[in-house]
Ligand binder design. Sequence first.
Ligand SMILES: C[S@@+](CC[C@H](N)C(=O)[O-])C[C@H]1O[C@@H](n2cnc3c(N)ncnc32)[C@H](O)[C@@H]1O
Length: 333
Amino acid sequence: MNALAPMPHDTENPGHAPVMLAEVLAELAPRSQGRYLDGTFGGGGYARAILATADCQLWGIDRDPDAITRGHEQSDTLLAREGRRRLHLLPGTFGEMATLAEDIAPFDGIVLDLGVSSFQLDQAERGFSFKQHGPLDMRMARSGPSAADLVNKASEEELADIIYHYGEDRLARRIARAIVQARGEEAILTTGRLASVIRRVVPQDRSGIDPATRSFQGLRIAVNDELGQIERALADAPRLLAPGGVFVVVSFHSLEDRLVKRAMAHEAGRTARPSRHTPGAIDPSVNRSEFALATPKPLRATQAETQANPRARSAKLRALSRLSSSASPGIAR
Ligand SMILES: C[S@@+](CC[C@H](N)C(=O)[O-])C[C@H]1O[C@@H](n2cnc3c(N)ncnc32)[C@H](O)[C@@H]1O
């Protein structure tokens, strides 16, 4: 029995249920002596499963100092001595993975599980959730400008843009106006106050989704520069792969998935040049890429998983592989 094997019901990680874990493992197919990079270590659910599957090494990045602290505790206690030799934690962002992992690459697999963890969502004091009353924070890294800074200092137009583009809420202008009006009376410093300002101007629709959901998503994306981070990782990760290595991304909303889909298709040479004969189709003769789409269509969570974990409902998994015959990797700087 492998000392690192607490799956599939992850009793070591009650705070966060890893989404699409079986599919992630199937794509990565961890191998003995392999090197893996988990750019979103979180509760360590993927990391422990990868380490349990093969006698490999794993480097875990997270921008949240709490996740890194938890990871160190795991490697000291839960993963025991074996863990310390095989699990390495790198505080920082996956957007800077090329620098963080410069001396460690190439990897046999790289994985990103985007968004926030249940640890972050469930702690009221982190300020991510409109369901709980807490400070309006939303900073994964616990540093830099908070959501309260943004909500109280940004112009009405800037707030409307964030809520429209990142929250994809059609009522963005109305919401931004209400925020500016409310903060004129008194600064908006809590999740509860912001949620009630939004709920006053956005009617509850039949979906049952809280009217504050989209605005909170938009603000969280802006506070953490989430799309910028993803773009940087999508540009760098393929070049950190060893020949035969796989890059796996699990995303949770259309803004993320669109970036992943486009970048992977581009790397795989699928968007190189449309065929002259059938416009819109790709001319396979121009595909000389050293990468291939491992998942031509995104994988979705099983019904059993979405029933057990509603967060998995919106998950999409895409994977890109580096061909075994490709040349040695390298990041162009
Ligand atoms: C969904 S959770 C990952 C859960 C993990 N797969 C598990 O099984 O426990 C996302 C984690 O990624 C981290 N994160 C999000 N964006 C990041 C970024 N740009 N750089 C580094 N870490 C990031 C968050 O702090 C959070 O801990």
